[in-house]
Design a protein around this ligand. Structure first.
Ligand SMILES: Cc1cc2nc3c(=O)[nH]c(=O)nc-3n(C[C@H](O)[C@H](O)[C@H](O)COP(=O)(O)OP(=O)(O)OC[C@H]3O[C@@H](n4cnc5c(N)ncnc54)[C@H](O)[C@@H]3O)c2cc1C
Length: 354
């Protein structure tokens, strides 16, 4: 291993910290630059889901194989109560976790804090309130979304409700998206995840709050408003000369429902390893092989979902809840497919053309 290799990483989100871990484990010297004063500054202690349906292998095992330990607060979610646009309830139940609930933001127990602690155990230099000129010196760009195809806003709160996970699909609650309520251990997160209608976001959130009060017995104590954005249009190549793009900086995001954490961690780890071993040209192959087809399918599924409107939402809720193994059904729905890849490429070119 060439110990003289130095890897500059811009951004200390999941992608940047996973890149730092992988590069350090491959023997490189690593410097992480984060423009905020600490990690997780984009988030507010809100619950997010680490999806566990897109592979047969459990996501935690996949991450462990990449050197990422799940030493953050984590809860398995095997049951999700879904509401279709007519307000009909459908229970989606899985023998294995559908997703893992984790918290994002600064502070103990969050994903961001755990990754930071893991990075600190390696010999990685961290520079907060700092940026780096990557085009000049080369490195990994993990600076997160540049734009807003998706807006999520909601409340984090304390509650005496029992643990539970709820999601509702309806254009009345979240334009072309979905609303969710996640409760665990006396904390909760309520959000409307919008793929359009951004100017009416306050009204969507109010309707979500009313809906979950009626349908799930929502009780919020000390609610704090929060929000954030995401992009969902992957690049064709995630290499710009001596710069590798990872995570949402590359548009690596689940365009259907916005589950981007897993892609951020995987792409960060791949980029870190490729950079540290001087194999920058291998990076595109690596991510395309692992999840390129899934990104295309999600991009296509999103268009299908939008075209179908409430009909498509109803079908999805019904189909996933009646599947004997919902993870398996979702895996097929999200899985690589030649026709979907072809259609997604065409739709993406349409979207990008002036
Ligand atoms: C409200 C909300 C809810 C979400 N819920 C889920 C969910 O349930 N499940 C899921 O899988 N995904 C979810 N996502 C998406 C997920 O959080 C992101 O896909 C993921 O955080 C992307 O990681 P990243 O490392 O690419 O970018 P980020 O997490 O955005 O990290 C980028 C970092 O780079 C820093 N930075 C930016 N510019 C510079 C610069 N020039 N120099 C140095 N540093 C810089 C930023 O400060 C930030 O710390 C959600 C997103 C939002 C906003």
């Amino acid at each position: 291993m060439d110990a003289a290799v130095n890897v500059n990483v811009a951004g200390a989100g999941p992608a940047g910290l996973a890149a730092a871990l992988a590069a350090a484990d491959a023997g490189a010297g690593v410097v992480v630059y984060e423009r905020r004063p600490g990690v997780g500054g984009r988030f507010h202690g809100d619950f997010q889901g680490l999806e566990n349906w897109s592979t047969g292998q459990d996501v935690l095992d996949e991450l462990a194989a990449l050197g990422i330990e799940p030493d953050f607060d984590l809860a398995s979610v095997r049951e999700l109560l879904l509401f279709d646009p007519d307000g009909r309830e459908r229970l989606c139940r899985s023998a294995r976790p559908l997703f893992y609930l984790l918290r994002r933001g600064p502070g103990g127990g969050t994903l961001d804090d755990a990754l930071l602690r893991q990075v600190r155990r390696r010999d990685v230099a961290l520079r907060f309130r700092a940026t780096v000129d990557l085009p000049a010196c080369g490195g990994i760009d993990a600076t997160g979304p540049r734009g807003a195809d998706i807006i999520a806003l909601g409340y984090v709160f304390e509650t005496d409700m029992a643990d539970g996970a709820y999601a509702a699909v309806s254009d009345a609650l979240a334009c072309r998206g979905y609303a969710y309520l996640l409760v665990n251990g006396g904390r909760g997160t309520l959000a409307s995840c919008l793929f359009g209608g951004f100017e009416d976001r306050a009204a969507y959130l109010q309707r979500c709050e009313d809906f979950f009060r009626r349908r799930a017995g929502l009780r919020m104590h000390c609610p704090r408003r929060y929000g954030g954005v995401g992009v969902a249009c992957p690049v064709q190549s995630a290499r710009r000369g001596r710069v590798l793009l990872a995570g949402e900086a590359a548009g690596f995001q689940d365009a259907l429902f916005g589950f981007g954490i897993r892609y951020a961690l995987l792409s960060g780890a791949f980029a870190g390893r490729c950079f540290a071993t001087g194999r920058l040209e291998a990076y595109d192959d690596h991510w395309r092989r692992r999840f390129g087809g899934m990104l295309s399918s999600a991009f296509f599924n999103r268009r299908l979902y939008e075209w179908g409107g409430h009909w498509a939402y109803r079908y999805l809720v019904w189909r996933v809840s009646r599947a004997r193994d919902p993870r398996r059904w979702l895996r097929r729905f999200y899985g690589p497919s030649r026709p979907k890849a072809w259609a997604a490429g065409w739709l993406q070119r349409e979207k990008e053309s002036p």
